[in-house]
Design a binder for this molecule. Structure first.
Ligand code: NAD
Ligand code: TYD
Length: 351
């Protein structure tokens, strides 16, 4: 039987890369992209595949259980890959309730819709929950997060994702939903909304605006090119063992300040600016409350079991990312001006 996969959050950063990969790689699957188009959802990310015969967009919110039920029925959904979420830590500090609703309540709504629709055939279907390494909390100077590391979330964002992970497990244990969870490190790449470190700083360097480094810039993140995350999701969705978590990461740790200096250097070269010019934009600002010191993923399990490893080095990935932003000024302008939010009305009003 051909799969009818509901991908939630497919208009967002990672979701759009997952949708594109599945639409192009599996022409016999039906891919239903469900997205509420919050500020982070941008259908311009999917312009190249929006007319593909195996692709459908559903403008819907995971906070509406009745609508979810209808979508499962209408498209005879066989599997779910769930990415829809509020995803920015700084926003979670300002408005924790948005994260509780979408990330926890929304996930439970989706699990319930899947359970109701798949009824007695639950083991034939798969619910793939896309989560983060931030659920594990923070590391000191050494060590890695493994799949056995205890959850210890420190921000409202990571607490809401940890809670959603627990609900996925609970629906597996209690109702026998077949599930897999991927816990991935920080992603970067094309189509990243310029509120997160790398795209924000690329945009600010282009516009010669200050680069606000939190605290002393000593916090460390493990960066992975977004397409390698999409490849990992594809593998785990198809071949991961039921009920298992798979950590996904690049073995690629960078202190924020070192990363920002590398970014400045590469951008000076690409923009033909004098060496050292963009570094002068670095401005140290007040630290983020509860700022996790270090994330680092041990991705041995997914490598040993499924043969996954990153395909792109950080230097290549960062260079490609900068090139993408320089070549897609229009996308960046639409996003920073808010104009991208008109795209849905213009593109879909006559459909
Ligand atoms: P994003 O913020 O770019 O996109 C989120 C998408 O979800 C948007 O298209 C938005 O419109 C949609 N959405 C939000 N609320 C919704 C709702 N109530 N109903 C339906 N759609 C809704 O996020 P991202 O960075 O692409 O992250 C995607 C997933 O991957 C998230 O679950 C996140 O926790 C996880 N993740 C992200 C990273 C990262 O570095 N960005 C790393 C690991 C895991
Ligand atoms: P971010 O991209 O928000 O991802 P996360 O908080 O999920 O890791 O931030 C990456 C790192 O960069 C994190 O340590 C916070 C820091 N940061 C800054 O120093 N300045 C900024 O303006 C932003 C957005 C992040």
């Amino acid at each position: 039987m051909s799969k009818h996969i509901l991908i939630t959050g497919g208009a967002g950063f990672i979701g759009s890369h997952v949708v594109r990969l599945f639409v192009n790689k599996y022409p016999d699957y039906k891919i239903v992209n469900l997205d509420a188009l919050t500020y982070a959802g941008n259908l311009e990310n999917l312009k190249d595949i929006e007319h593909a015969p195996n692709y459908i967009f559903e403008h819907a919110n995971i906070l509406e259980p009745d609508v979810l039920q209808e979508i499962f029925e209408q498209h005879d959904i066989t599997d779910v890959i769930h990415l829809a979420a509020e995803s920015h830590v700084d926003r979670s500090i300002l408005s924790p309730m948005d994260f509780i609703y979408t990330n926890i309540v929304g996930t439970v709504n989706l699990l319930t819709a899947a359970k109701n629709y798949w009824k007695d055939e639950l083991s034939k279907h798969r619910f793939h929950h896309v989560s983060t390494d931030e659920v594990y909390g923070t590391l000191g100077d050494t060590g890695f997060f493994t799949e056995e590391t205890a959850y210890s979330p420190n921000s409202p964002y990571s607490a809401s994702k940890a809670s959603s992970d627990h609900f996925v497990r609970a629906y597996g244990e209690t109702f026998h939903i077949s599930f897999v969870v991927t816990n991935c490190s920080n992603n970067y790449g094309p189509n990243h909304f310029p509120e997160k470190l790398i795209p924000l700083f690329i945009n600010n360097i282009i516009n010669k605006k200050p680069l606000p480094v939190y605290g002393k810039g000593e916090n460390t993140r493990d960066w992975l090119y977004v397409i390698d995350h999409a490849r990992a999701i594809d593998l785990v969705f198809h071949e991961g063992r039921n009920g298992e978590h798979y950590n996904v990461g690049g073995f690629n740790e960078w202190k924020n300040i070192d990363l920002v200096k590398l970014l400045c250097k590469l951008m000076d070269e690409k923009l033909g600016r004098e060496a050292g010019e963009s570094e002068q934009l670095i401005t140290y600002v007040k630290d983020r409350p509860g700022h996790d010191l270090r994330y680092a993923i041990d991705a041995t399990k997914i490598n040993k079991e499924l043969g996954w490893k990153p395909s792109v080095t950080f230097e290549e990935g960062l260079s490609k990312t900068i090139d993408w932003y320089l070549q897609n000024e229009e996308w960046l302008k639409h996003v920073t001006s808010g104009e991208y939010q008109n795209y849905y009305t213009e593109q879909y009003s006559n459909r």
